[in-house]
Design a protein around this ligand. Structure first.
Ligand code: PMP
Ligand code: GLU
Length: 397
């Protein structure tokens, strides 16, 4: 009998973290691995942000913080939401957490009762369905395809809602597809939510600044549903701050108070020094963010061209984030060296072993037809990685 709870036994390991670990282990053995598995900017955190953290240490800002974050940090988030997104919030509506990941967990654990349904369009970010499991909710998936640019329609949403639906969770720009919902598309969904006042909406906007088409649009802009929207955002992607661990929820006061209570029992306020860095990031303007976005766009265009030249891959041009999610079904059933590829996870392992390129299989994103490649890596590495992938795939017959 296992010593462990059913809760942990039923939980899947994060596939993104697992593949990054496998890549690192292979690299530690001296293999020249190119990691396209982890969604993390390869840029350094901008200097002015690091400087604020150094100053915080020198000023001995090393004590417990208010659970939901320093007051001026929550104010900085409110200012950002007003000036960048046109949204009105108060500091008490903001709960700063240990990464957007914790912000998501707080919100789901505070909203979902055992047995309640959570609608998640596929493909989705790997942790969504797992955190729903932790809350003992039931994930209900809406499948999307590359032909619909991986975006759901209002009719699909309406058909998935039942009296048991509690929450809808999505990201735009989307991890893993890079799809971005337009204002009109979001309004179409908002109208469905307007008719269903029992459904809450978790809007994960962590890739807001990595958007190559338009200005970012939040579903919270529709006043008639704003009270039921929980915005998730953070510093990891926009400011290259993945290791600092800072994100937030913006929501109604009722939900914010609940997230504060939840966090107060699990982690308390996130790192004091990180929070000072967070203030500096939000007060320091978007110059560095825009530079990084420019670099990501250039990489996207390079990788898109190269992936499109590989026979058998079906690729869409992502409008945001830093991932490709090509369909790889044409390789299923093919073999090399006596090993047959049956699914996208096996293809991902094949690419790691044969091409020494780490990717992530689509299964844990709820879409076993595809693999995910992150292009948050240097251009020369990306070009070499795609060359190796092409060479390895050509061996399958
Ligand atoms: N949401 C999405 C869609 C993500 O890709 C990630 C991974 N970075 C997160 C949330 C969590 O981000 P953080 O590093 O702030 O925990
Ligand atoms: N969110 C990133 C990704 O999707 C980082 C890994 C993780 O937090 O799961 O790869």
């Amino acid at each position: 009998m296992s010593a462990l709870s059913n809760r942990i036994n039923n939980l899947s390991e994060s596939a993104t973290i697992k593949m990054a670990k496998m890549g690192r282990e292979l690299a530690a053995k001296g293999v020249d691995v190119i990691s396209l598995s982890f969604g993390e900017p390869d840029f350094h955190t901008p200097e002015h942000i690091k400087e604020a953290a150094k100053q915080a240490m020198d000023k001995n800002m090393t004590y417990y913080t208010p659970v939901a974050g320093y007051p001026d940090l929550r104010k900085a988030v409110v200012n950002k939401l007003k000036t960048e997104n046109g949204l009105d919030y108060e500091p008490t509506d903001i709960v700063v957490s240990t990464g957007a990941k914790q912000a998501i967990a707080n919100a789901v654990l505070c909203l979902v009762n055992p047995g309640e349904e959570v609608i998640i369009p596929t493909p989705y970010w790997v942790s969504y369905s797992e955190v729903v499991k932790l809350a003992e909710g039931v994930s209900v998936f809406i499948n999307t395809t590359v032909e619909q640019n991986f975006k759901i329609t209002p009719a699909q949403l309406e058909a998935a809602i039942t009296p048991k639906t509690k929450l809808f969770m999505f990201s735009s720009p989307c991890n893993p597809t890079g799809s971005v919902y337009s204002k009109d598309e979001l309004e179409g969904l908002a109208k469905v939510f307007e008719k269903n006042p029992h459904v809450y909406i978790l809007s994960d906007e962590i890739y807001e600044h990595i958007n190559y088409i338009d200005k970012h649009e939040s579903i919270a802009q529709f006043d008639y549903i704003k009270d039921r929207v929980v915005i998730i955002n953070g510093w990891s992607k926009a400011f290259a701050m993945t290791g600092w661990r800072i994100g937030y929820t913006a929501s109604s006061k009722e939900i914010a108070t609940a997230c504060d209570k939840m966090q107060g029992q699990i982690t308390s306020g996130t790192c004091s020094i990180t929070q000072r860095a967070g203030v500096a990031a939000y007060e320091g303007g978007l110059e560095t963010v825009l530079e990084m976005r420019k670099a990501f766009k250039k990489r996207r265009d390079i990788v898109y061209k190269l992936l499109s030249e590989i026979d058998g891959l079906q690729v869409n041009l992502p409008d945001g984030a830093f991932y490709f999610f090509p369909n790889v079904t044409s390789f299923f059933g093919k073999s090399y060296n006596g090993k047959t590829i049956n699914d996208s996870d096996e293809l991902s392992i094949f690419l790691l072993e044969e091409a020494h390129v780490a990717t992530v299989g689509g299964d844990s994103f709820g879409d076993p037809t595809s693999i995910r490649l992150s292009y948050a890596a240097a251009e020369d590495k990306l070009i070499e990685a795609v060359r190796r992938i092409k060479e390895a795939l050509a061996k399958l017959s």
